[in-house]
Ligand binder design. Structure first.
Ligand code: SDX
Length: 428
C-alpha cells in the first residue's frame, strides 16, 4: 500500500502520510492538512477520527476482539485478578510475584482517607447520586495532596498519586453508598484483598459480623477486569483532554467519572435494569418494547444495545452473560429480569432493524443483573463501572503525559451570523 493518501480538491492535490499500527490499522495523518490546504476535517462524535496512538488496549469491532497490552480479555477475565490487570494496564507488563506483592502493599497502606473527607461527605444529602459524590471526593484529593496538582513532578511522585487514588477509590465508592443509605461509614480492612475490602466497607453494619462471600468477591473481581479499559471511549477521551491541559491526575479522573455518568455511556448499566424493570411491570411484552426501540418518533432506546466500535458482538457481554448465569445459580438468586434480558436479546438478534444496524448487547446489558444479585443498588452500578475503569483512565492519562501530547483543542466550522453592526436598544 502507498505510504501516503492523496487528497484532491479542485486543481490542488495534497499528499497526506499514512500511519499503520501494529495490528495493521491504518489512519491518515492530517496533522499538516490545515497548514498546507487551509482546510480542516469535520466529524461530529469523532466516529472516524483517531485522537492518539496508544499501546494500551486493542479493539477489533468486527471480530469482537478486546486485548489489554496484547493479552485477550477472555484469558485475563479467566486467569488474572483486577489488581494484576491494573498493574498491567498502568505499567505495561504483567508484574513479577515480587512486583505484584509490592503493588498490593503500596495500595493497602493508602486505603485510609483523611478524616476531614467525612465532613465533605456529610455535606451531601442522602438523595445525592453516588456518582456526584464520587467525583467530588476524588476532586477533594487535590486539597489533601496539593503536591498532586503538578503533573510534571518526578515519576516517583506521580506514581504516589496513582497509588493513592487506586487505594482510595473503593473507600470513596463505599462511603458514597453509606451516605445514600444513611449508615455509618466503614474504614478499610487491609487484611482483605481489594474486592473483599470494598464489599466489607459497603455492606458491614456496626451491629453485625460481616463475612465476605468469596463467590461475590470473585464475581466482582471479574467484572472490574472486564471494565478496566476500552481505548478512546467517551470518558477516557475526557480524561486525556482534561489531562492534556496539565490539569492534575485527580482533576482528570474526576472529569472522567462525570463523563461516564451519562446514560449513553457508563450510566447505561443502571438504565438497563430500570428498562427491564419497566418492561416487567408492563407485563414483559418484549415485542412491544422492541417496536418502541425501532420507532424514530419514540425516544425509547434499547439500553445496553449498540456500540460505537463493536459491530459484531461485545466480547465482554458474552463473558458477563455467562457469569450472570453462574453467579445467580451459585447465590441461588432467581431474577426474572434476566429472562426478559435474554428474551430481548433473542428477538433483537433476529430483527432486521438491529441486524442491519449491527446492534448487539454491550458490556452494560447484563452487568446490572449481576450487580443486583451481589446486593449492589442500581444507582451504584455506574460507580462500579468507574471503579473498574480507574486503572484504564490512569494508564491512558500516564501515556498521554509521557508522550508529551499537545493540549486537546479541536477546530470547528462556523455556521453563525456574519459581521453585523451593533445597534443600541433604542435603535432596534
Ligand atoms: C459503553 O465507547 C466505548 O467503548 C464505551 C464502552 C466502554 O467500555 O467505555 O463500551 C461502554 O458506553 C457501552 C454503550 C452503553 N450505552 C448504551 O447501551 C446506550 C444505548 N446505545 C446507544 O445509545 C448507542 O448504541 C451508542 C451510544 C452506544 C452508540 O451510538 P453511535 O455509535 O453514535 O450510534 P448511533 O446513535 O449513530 O446509532 C446508529 C443507528 C441509529 O439509527 P439510524 O439513525 O441509523 O436509523 O442505530 C440506532 C440509532 O437510532 N441505535 C439504536 C440503539 N443504538 C443505536 N436504536 C435503538 N436502540 C439502541 N440502543
Amino acid at each position: 500500500m502507498s505510504k501516503t493518501a492523496e487528497l484532491k480538491i479542485g486543481d490542488a492535490s495534497y499528499q497526506l502520510p499514512l500511519v499503520e499500527g501494529t495490528e495493521n490499522e491504518t489512519g491518515i495523518d492530517i496533522g499538516s492538512l490545515r497548514s498546507e490546504s487551509g482546510l480542516i476535517t469535520l466529524d461530529p462524535g469523532f466516529k472516524n477520527t483517531g485522537s492518539t496512538k496508544s499501546a494500551i488496549t486493542f479493539l477489533d469491532g468486527e471480530k469482537g476482539i478486546l486485548r489489554y497490552r496484547g493479552y485477550s480479555i477472555e484469558e485475563l477475565a479467566e486467569k488474572s485478578t483486577f489488581i494484576e490487570v491494573a498493574y498491567l494496564l498502568i505499567y505495561g507488563e504483567l508484574p513479577t510475584p515480587e512486583q505484584l506483592s509490592a503493588f498490593q502493599n503500596d495500595i493497602k497502606v493508602h486505603t485510609l482517607v483523611h478524616e476531614d473527607i467525612k465532613k465533605i461527605l456529610e455535606g451531601f444529602p442522602s438523595n445525592a447520586h453516588p456518582m456526584g459524590v464520587l467525583s467530588s471526593l476524588v476532586t477533594s484529593l487535590t486539597a489533601f495532596y496539593p503536591e498532586s496538582l503538578d503533573p510534571n513532578r518526578s515519576a516517583d511522585k506521580v506514581n504516589l498519586s496513582i497509588i493513592r487514588i487506586l487505594a482510595k477509590m473503593p473507600t470513596f465508592a463505599a462511603w458514597a453508598y453509606k451516605n445514600e443509605v444513611g449508615h455509618p461509614v466503614n474504614y478499610p480492612d487491609n487484611e482483605l484483598d481489594y474486592c473483599s475490602n470494598f464489599l466489607k466497607m459497603m455492606f458491614a453494619l456496626p451491629a453485625e459480623k460481616y463475612e465476605v462471600d468469596p463467590v461475590i468477591a470473585n464475581a466482582l473481581d471479574k467484572l472490574l477486569i472486564l471494565h478496566a479499559d476500552h481505548e478512546q471511549n467517551c470518558s477516557t477521551s475526557t480524561v486525556r483532554v482534561v489531562g492534556s491541559s496539565q490539569a492534575s491526575l485527580y482533576a482528570s479522573i474526576s472529569a472522567g467519572i462525570n463523563a461516564l455518568w451519562g446514560p449513553l455511556h457508563g450510566g447505561a448499566n443502571s438504565a438497563v435494569i430500570n428498562m427491564l424493570e419497566n418492561i416487567k411491570k408492563d407485563g414483559g411484552d418484549t415485542k412491544k418494547w422492541m417496536a418502541k426501540a425501532k420507532d424514530k418518533d419514540d425516544p425509547f432506546r434499547l439500553m445496553g444495545f449498540g456500540h460505537r466500535v463493536y459491530k459484531n458482538f461485545d466480547p465482554r457481554a458474552k463473558i458477563i452473560k455467562k457469569a450472570a448465569d453462574d453467579v445467580l445459580a451459585k447465590l441461588g438468586v432467581n431474577d426474572p429480569v434476566l429472562d426478559i434480558a435474554k428474551g430481548l436479546e433473542e428477538v433483537a438478534l433476529n430483527d432486521e432493524y438491529f441486524v442491519e444496524r449491527k446492534l448487539y448487547p454491550n458490556v452494560d446489558f447484563y452487568s446490572g443483573i449481576i450487580y443486583r444479585a451481589l446486593g449492589i443498588p442500581v444507582d451504584m452500578f455506574t460507580v462500579m463501572f468507574a471503579l473498574g475503569r480507574l486503572p484504564g483512565w490512569i494508564a491512558q492519562w500516564k501515556e498521554m503525559r509521557e508522550n508529551h501530547e499537545p493540549i486537546g483543542r479541536p477546530r470547528q466550522i462556523y455556521v453563525g451570523e456574519n459581521l453585523r453592526p451593533y445597534k443600541g436598544v433604542s435603535e432596534r
